[in-house]
Design a protein around this ligand. Sequence first.
Ligand code: 5GP
Ligand code: MN
Length: 326
Amino acid sequence: MNAATFSEIGKALHEHQRVAVMSHVRPDGDALGSQLALGLSLKKLGKDVRIWNEEGMLEKYSFLPSSDLVSKPPAEPEDVDLAIALDTAIQSRLGTALTAIKSAKTWINIDHHPSNPRYGDLVYIDDTSPATGQIIYELIKDQGLPFDRAMAENLYVAISTDTGSFQYPNTTARTYEIAAELVRAGVDVGRVNQLTYENYPKRRIELLRELLGTLHFECADRVASFSLSMKTAADLGVLPEDNEGLIDHVRAIRGVVVAAFFEELSDGKVRVSMRSKDDRADVCAVATKFGGGGHKLAAGARVRGSLAEVEGKVLAEISHVLDCNS
Ligand code: 5GP
Ligand code: MN
């Protein structure tokens, strides 16, 4: 529960041998890129490294250098020296990676979510950082850990995806400086951006067409949302990863302050994903009401109930936060 310095974290990385580098369920580019960058650096240090994610490597991020090092956690729990959680706002969001840790001498928690409850022994939370990948870059440089082009490319994708390609307001001057340093380290910007943003499977666009059919507005067009039923997902044969970022089409509408996406899950819950364009419309506060979390401008939750029920409840709360009825 203590705030750790980079040198304390660096010391722990050097002192221990068996390491598990993990991140959250339904991983995004920041989660997987950060895991790979730190994992690769530790491997170069001679550590015995596992890079675990509940989902294993996603098809769409399989272009990341050394992506094959990301594996699903083993069914049989393991003893490790160091368990490292990256980009994971609450420990339970590690999913089966958490249950695969039988014991760990030390837990490290590195994240940029303000709602992170600061679990673990060595905790480094920087909520001014737009991506966990940016913190990993600073850690690697500060501690003189091994660094090469493969790590740079993973960190570039981590930072690019969490900043909406260096566009969201969380992007800072330091973010651009780091991007420049990553390009100097050998990142092929054109190629990597094409693989990240112009390489979608056709089914993702077919999904977008379906989602737009469910789009509706409220609160004088300041709130827009769409939803995905399990039936539509099955009919189109889409993977869970296919909808990452589709909410940006809704956020991009002029006048829309809050965008919401509802996805029916097989466990009787609905995944809620929200984006805000205005600091005064804090979607993390909305998500927290429903047991989730995230950032002011990007947050989510998993809420028990049918699609219609959850949509109704969450949209009512958004309307409340935006003061729509006044
Ligand atoms: P996304 O909408 O892309 O799934 O998530 C946006 C942000 O909200 C991410 O920073 C993510 O960590 C957070 N988030 C999404 N779903 C949940 C959830 O179920 N619980 C918590 N605590 N945070 C979430
Ligand atoms: Mn992140």
